[in-house]
Design a protein around this ligand. Structure first.
Ligand code: HEM
Length: 463
């Protein structure tokens, strides 16, 4: 069939809604699971659901990762910073993935529990019953410190926050400038210049971290020490690769995990019956003591809660790929260089895959067992997230620790809004929570904001 006979939408991609989530949903609602948007000579494929996810994700040689579209010139800081795994493809990607994977294997986790527990303790010691906290801000700061401690082996909150903010701005701007190269956005030269300047500053900070690691000369088990040894002793990583991996790991770890924590705690606060059952499970298994790695298998409801939270509000909302050769995809014949967009959010909200997809129902996991391409909060296939198991350990140690000490209640009438920023589904403002004593009941409160377009909160009011 010729493409001309197919329902292809023509237009300017930059005229589509700015929020990718609205854009993806509109595309799915209007055209179903496979559609093409044509802007001039450029074609964009929107492919949703398990079959298309599988086709794209299991063939990384045809569908290249292109997260950092703007790489900068060969010797620029932007090029070095964007040299992590997400910019690598083919044999180079396979080789580096094996190297970077080492500290993320489950056998390395025992060494991470102490810093995670310490950070949780520090976080909760700062909370007092009766006060109101912005959960989003709390979780971002907590994850900045936890990520620094696990990845870099240091805990200097001021420095961590500075690097975290710079990393966040750099990823966001890289993404905006990159999206404009694909036509998704209109940004000017001044944004490109700003990106290069920011990359220079961030690289300076990261080089300083590397210097500190080298000077400490320990046989540290943090991720950075392992990567530095690969560079210094084995020559397995170039300086640019070392900088690129470090920047990406920091960027990939802290916001995705902090958004997952915020969404899960919000969902628990607005589903008192689930929160109360989870507390009973935690009381039974842990009592008042801190959780350990070997407890995690004994907390099945916690597992279902986290799975369901990452289904309904996945921190990674969509991903794009670039085809390296002409491709027949469904009825479409597409040239090399076509942009393919797939979405965890759309897949996780398909009615034919999940009953009442907008509801947060952890117990659905008692009777479903989706394939890796039907449920994919961490992606799937050979590029699946290398930090997923670690992120789950952090989330599953943090949530029980909070529930052992406090009850979180959304401030009545708070506006909770979300948007996709640099592919991540993030709260776009404060998520104000009242911190109550653990003897307080769980209480749902009325809220406004676009969160209600993404998830349905429980009708139960107090448990
Ligand atoms: C809840 C937290 C997290 C979520 C939702 C998440 C999600 C994802 C997803 C969807 C991908 C695949 C992207 C693609 O297909 O192109 C990915 C890749 C990646 N993630 Fe995560 N991630 C999380 C936490 C982490 C952590 C804690 C780390 C590291 C400490 C990490 C490091 C990476 C890296 C390095 C890649 C690139 C893998 C490759 O290209 O081979 N992530 N992540």
């Amino acid at each position: 069939m010729q493409n001309a006979e197919l329902p292809i939408t023509y237009g300017r991609i930059a005229d589509l809604p700015a929020d990718p989530l609205i854009r993806l949903r509109a595309q799915y609602e209007a055209h179903g699971d496979l559609s093409v948007f044509q802007d001039g000579h450029r074609q964009y494929v929107f492919a949703f659901g398990p079959e298309h996810n599988k086709r794209i994700l299991s063939d990384p040689d045809t569908f290249h990762s292109c997260f950092f579209v703007t790489r900068g010139s060969k010797r620029s800081a932007q090029r070095r910073l964007s040299s992590g795994l997400l910019s690598m493809n083919g044999a180079e990607h396979r080789l580096h993935r094996r190297r970077v994977m080492e500290p993320f294997k489950p056998q390395a986790f025992a060494g991470y529990v102490e810093p995670i527990s310490r950070m949780i303790g520090d976080l909760l010691d700062g909370w007092t019953p009766g006060e109101t906290r912005d959960l989003q801000d709390e979780m971002v700061r907590f994850m900045l410190r936890t990520t620094s401690s696990i990845l870099f082996g240091f805990d200097q909150p001021d420095r961590t926050e500075r690097i975290g903010q710079m990393t966040h701005d750099w990823v966001e701007l890289s993404h905006e400038v990159g999206a404009s190269a694909f036509g998704f956005d209109d940004v000017g030269y001044e944004d490109y210049d700003r990106l290069l300047a920011l990359a220079g500053e961030l690289e300076h900070e990261i080089a300083d971290l590397l210097r500190m690691r080298r000077e400490s000369q320990g046989d540290g088990h943090d991720v950075l020490s392992i990567l530095v040894r690969l560079h210094d002793e084995d020559g397995a990583l170039s300086e640019a690769e070392l900088i690129g991996h470090t920047a990406l790991l920091f960027a990939a770890a802290h916001l995705t995990t902090s958004h997952t924590l915020t969404w899960t705690l919000l969902l628990l606060a607005q589903h008192p019956e689930v929160a109360s059952a989870l507390c009973a499970e935690i009381d039974d298994v842990l009592g008042d003591r801190p959780g350990r790695l070997d407890d995690l298998g004994q907390l099945p409801l916690l597992d279902r809660v986290v799975k369901e939270s990452m289904r309904v509000l996945p921190a990674s909302a969509y991903v794009q790929r670039l085809s390296t050769r002409p491709v027949e995809f469904g009825p479409f014949s597409l040239p090399q260089g076509t942009v393919f967009v797939f979405s965890q959010f759309i897949t996780h909200h398909m009615h034919e895959l999940y009953e009442e997809p907008e509801r947060f129902l952890p117990d659905r996991w008692l009777s479903i067992n989706p394939t890796p391409y039907t449920y994919l909060p961490f992606g799937a296939g050979p590029r699946m997230c290398i930090g997923g198991p670690l992120a789950l350990v952090i989330v599953k140690l943090t949530i029980p620790a909070i529930l052992q000490r406090f009850r979180l209640e959304v401030v009545p009438d708070a506006a909770i809004n979300a948007a996709v920023v640099a592919t991540m589904l993030a709260p776009t403002g404060a998520v104000p929570m009242r911190v109550n004593n653990r003897s307080a009941p769980f209480r749902t409160n009325p809220t406004s904001g676009n969160i209600h377009e993404l998830v349905e909160f429980s009708p139960a009011a107090v448990v």
